[in-house]
Design a binder for this molecule. Structure first.
Ligand code: NOJ
Ligand code: CA
Length: 554
């Protein structure tokens, strides 16, 4: 099968969660001045796109994912003028800009919501799901995935509005054609300004089942089956594609919780029915969780390998993978899938493990230096609505105080939101003021400045890895084959392209494991292109070192 080449398949994306990236004016909050000061750093790292988590005006009930104005930059982060400058400066350096498109919901402080809540006869009333209650009860039994019930009562209207996420994030009624027109206008607005595409927030939730029927009772998120890949999702995405996206040279990646490869193909297979370029699925993120990401279990490497391999196989040829191990919604990967004790080795291993697969890699800020989880000492130190909601949910099961704190330290997504550790000076060089969220105290050992000087650092490994990907089409376009499938400690796969082959061997344990090259792979004559330990001589069988990785070209 001839794979279609495209710029979005060759790019590597760096995700910026602006609040914690770099503060340029000393108020303790990351901003665009900070971003501008780091563009050279990103270019040097070798990424060629930046995805910005929301920069728009927001009351921050969900740190930007609750948008009050889709056409403006939050004053905390800068101005529209500065944003234009970011686009220009990034483009000059060969980097594209991808915006977060959050249209499943707005903020309750968005003017559409305010107008619709003030007047039942306003056209904006039907921009949202306003319903009468059932007697004294809400319209149905849905629960928010973030915060208690999914319905909030408004006394003046004697109606409830739907919020699948926080109370301050009312869901948009995408069935209303006027809402879809608004979305298209927002897309054109940013594309006309020069941005190169969108990461579409929980895009698979935008179509709700007709009649909003009751859902199967769950501790959180009751009703989820009635809006995950809802009845009109495909139709709406197709409308966005034909009316907007087709008219620009741009790219889309849709966030898709609970997505399976088969279903994904109906959206992203490269045919005339394609409506998105890529999808972020969560299957590998479930490898250390039971049912929810707030119930962590020891990592099941087999589960993780199966998730990766199934997606690699199902997409290969005529669809494309989005590769990631971290983002702003999960604790740090070193803590989850690697080892804090072997921070350096495991950060490198994890990097090669996913970036050498077929797909477009996404790197989350701080991941490139192997940032790790911090320790929150009390519930007051947390800032996220999800953590507070879980405190209530766990309390119902008798889990409180220290016991809950331990769980939150392991599971809270705030673990990935501590400020980026730029250097060893106070506050890790993130700000000259007081950081909005405490810096992880390990910044004196883990920071960009030190790693830039150390040829053996995680940062320099990432640079080498991205350069290797850029210079070798096999890493981008090669086919994928998994080996040693039964191993619960080794992840081994090969890629093949135009007569070349490569083999990736990753150990997920500190214990020595005997690795033997798969049939047909002679490593004694192969070139070792990436590794995280010195290797004296190549052989077809060896005992792995803790979290070792080796990438061979054959
Ligand atoms: C997914 C985003 O990644 C997350 O941060 C946000 O809270 C929810 N969607 C709601 O927008
Ligand atoms: Ca600032």
């Amino acid at each position: 099968m001839e794979i279609k080449k495209h710029w979005y398949k060759e790019m590597v994306v760096y995700q910026i969660w602006p609040r914690s990236f770099c503060d340029g004016n000393g108020d303790g909050i990351g901003d665009l001045t900070g971003v501008l000061s780091k563009l050279d750093y990103l270019q040097d790292l070798g990424v060629n796109a930046i995805w910005f988590s929301p920069l728009y005006c927001s009351p921050n009930a969900d740190y930007g994912y609750d948008i009050a104005d889709y056409r403006n930059i939050s004053p905390e982060y800068g101005t529209l003028e500065q944003f234009r400058q970011v686009v220009q400066e990034a483009h000059k350096r060969g980097m594209r800009i991808i915006m977060d498109l959050v249209v499943n919901h707005t903020s309750d402080e968005h003017e559409w919501f305010k107008k619709g809540a003030a007047d039942k006869n306003s056209p904006y009333h039907d921009y949202y799901f306003w319903r009468k209650g059932k007697g004294k009860n809400p319209p149905n039994n849905w629960k928010s995935v973030f915060e208690g019930g999914a319905w909030e009562y408004n006394k003046d209207l004697d109606e409830y509005y739907l919020h699948v996420f926080a109370k301050k994030q009312p869901d948009l009624n995408m069935d209303n054609p006027a809402v879809r027109e608004e979305v298209k206008q927002i897309m054109r607005y940013w594309l006309d300004m020069g941005v190169d595409g969108f990461r579409e927030d929980v895009i698979t939730y935008i179509s709700k089942a007709e009649g909003l029927p009751n859902g199967i009772p769950l501790p959180v998120g009751t009703g989820i089956e009635h809006y995950t890949v809802g009845p009109h999702l495909y139709e709406y995405l197709s409308e966005f594609r034909h009316d907007v996206l087709d008219h620009y040279d741009c790219f889309t990646v849709g966030e898709a919780p609970m997505m399976t490869p088969k279903l994904a193909r109906t959206f992203i297979a490269e045919n005339d029915k394609q409506v998105l370029n890529l999808m972020f699925h969560f299957q590998h993120q479930e490898a250390d969780c039971f049912l929810t990401d707030w119930l962590h279990t020891p990592l099941s490497l087999k589960k993780m390998k199966k998730a990766f391999s199934t997606w690699q196989k199902e997409m290969y040829g005529d669809a494309w993978n989005a590769l990631y191990i971290e983002n702003h919604d999960h604790p740090r990967a070193v803590d989850r899938f690697g080892s804090v004790r072997y921070q350096k080795q495991s950060a490198k291993m994890l990097a090669a493990m996913y970036i050498c697969q077929c797909g477009t890699p996404f790197i989350y800020q701080g991941q490139e230096i192997g940032m790790t989880n911090t320790t929150f000492r009390s519930l007051d130190e947390f800032k996220d609505v999800v953590t507070f909601n879980n405190a209530k949910v766990f309390a119902k099961f008798g889990i409180k105080g220290e016991r809950f704190l331990k769980i939150a330290n392991k599971c809270s997504r705030e673990q990935s939101r501590t400020p980026v550790q730029w250097d060893g000076t106070e506050n890790a060089g993130f700000t000259t003021g007081t950081p909005w969220m405490p810096v992880n105290p390990n910044y004196t050992e883990i920071n960009v400045a030190d790693q830039q000087k150390d040829p053996d650092s995680v940062l320099n490994f990432y640079k080498k890895l991205l350069k290797f990907r850029k210079e070798n089409e096999i890493v981008i376009y090669g086919s994928y084959e998994e080996h040693c499938k039964d191993s619960s400690t080794l992840y081994v796969y090969s890629r093949e392209y135009e007569g070349k082959r490569m083999l990736v061997v990753c150990s997920f344990t500190e214990k020595p494991v005997r690795f033997t090259a798969p049939d047909g792979f002679d490593l004694s004559n192969a070139e070792l292109v990436l590794q995280n330990y010195d290797v004296l001589y190549n052989s077809n069988s060896f005992l792995t070192k803790p979290y070792e990785v080796r990438v061979y070209m054959l």
